[in-house]
Design a protein around this ligand. Structure first.
Ligand code: ADP
Ligand code: ZN
Length: 356
């Protein structure tokens, strides 16, 4: 089966390849893009059980010398001691400046392995092999890497672009339904930004059936934005749609609510707030809510507007007396709203009361 190629145009451009069976061909695809080097595969224990052998076989068939590092699955591994173990592993394996890291897994693996690749020997190359929908449509593209600190999520990290992204859509067959929903939230976010035909595909609620066009369109959208604004000083901020509320919900829940689920609630609240304040060109809230619900996602929260506003205002995105929100005006049209921080709680309340 042929795959799609979506370029990300930066000073050092790279391609995102999307298709079926790419892990089994990873060795030859990486050889074309990177040439010869040693490859250190980083993956979590769940993904290792499913896909590591297949990838290692393909790499060896393509003539690569490999080593692999497996860590316990879950967000709690995205922290300093795993990072330091990983860096020491690279050093033990004597990886050099020309060698390369492969991040095989979801967002946790990509963030952790990307960060380690970005600081080992002041930066070596890495390849993203996203195996969750969330990583495929969002976190594997754009070069944001990070670990969590006890004080908060993603507090230490750097921009380090991958040299290649191989997105094997067959991986999603083994993904649990909740993980598919988690990624669907980011895809719906992209659908609200981009419009049709992506949003309509997501409205069906059947992501599995439309997986290839959904992933392709999300990647194309994100690749284009990242190409315009690598370090998020301008249009890349649009990708924060739903995230101010989403991050606040994650925080209030003590991070027991997964990222995509929290973003889903954030998308619903911001859409209802915009609509109830008359700031939309067309009714959007019901459509957005129904797309979220059909994909198994929540649209309400038990936390109060006050608690969410307090959590959002202690967030790193706060600047002075204003907070910048991304607000939808129509499906396919969002804009930046500068809101005085004192009005945030009422804005959230407008989006929460309209949902009752
Ligand atoms: P995310 O991608 O949502 O940021 P993780 O990287 O922690 O988060 O992945 C979520 C969970 O899904 C982890 O337990 C991981 O081991 C598991 N996982 C990742 N990819 C697959 C897959 N293709 N099939 C089954 N489970 C997977
Ligand atoms: Zn997100």
């Amino acid at each position: 089966m042929e795959h799609r190629v979506i370029p990300v145009h930066l000073r050092e451009s790279y391609n995102v390849l999307i298709g079926g069976g790419l892990l089994a061909k990873s060795g030859s695809l990486i050889r074309v893009a990177l040439g010869d080097c040693r490859l250190a595969v980083v993956t979590d224990c769940n993904v290792a059980g499913l896909y590591l052998d297949g990838v290692l076989t393909s790499l060896r068939e393509a003539g690569y010398d490999t080593c692999s590092f497996v860590f316990p699955a879950g967000e709690q591994s995205k922290r300093m001691d795993t990072l330091s173990n990983l860096l020491e592993f690279f050093a033990e394996e004597r990886l050099t400046r020309t060698d390369c890291v492969l991040a095989l897994g979801g967002g946790v693996t990509g963030d952790l392995a990307g960060f380690a690749a970005g600081c080992y020997l002041r930066g070596i190359r890495y390849v993203q092999l996203p195996t969750t929908l969330l990583a495929a449509v969002d976190s594997s593209i754009g070069g944001k890497t990070a670990i969590d600190l006890p004080q908060g999520k993603n507090l230490a990290g750097l921009f380090h672009q991958p040299s290649l992204v191989l997105c094997d859509i067959d991986c999603f067959h083994t993904l649990p339904a909740e993980e598919l929903s988690n990624g669907a939230a980011e895809a719906i976010k992209t659908g609200i930004l981009e419009g049709e035909p992506l949003f309509s595909l997501l409205e069906t609620g059947n992501v599995r059936e439309h997986i290839e066009p959904i992933v392709t369109q999300c990647v194309r959208y994100k690749a284009n934005i990242v190409g315009q604004d690598e370090t998020e000083t301008g249009p890349r901020k649009l990708l924060n749609l739903g995230h101010t509320v989403g991050h606040a919900i994650e925080k209030c829940s003590g991070f027991s609510i997964p990222h995509g689920y929290a973003v889903a609630i954030g998308l619903a609240i911001i859409a209802r707030a915009a609509e109830s304040l008359g700031a939309v060109d067309e009714p959007i809230a019901a459509r957005i809510e129904s797309a979220l619900v059909r994909n198994g996602l929540p649209i309400t929260t038990k936390f109060s507007p006050e608690a969410l506003a307090n959590a959002a205002l202690s967030d790193k995105k706060r600047t002075g007396g204003q907070i910048t929100l991304v607000v939808p005006r129509a499906i396919g049209a969002c804009y930046f709203l500068e809101l005085p921080t004192a009005q945030l709680e009422n804005f959230f309340r407008a989006g929460m009361e309209a949902g009752k």
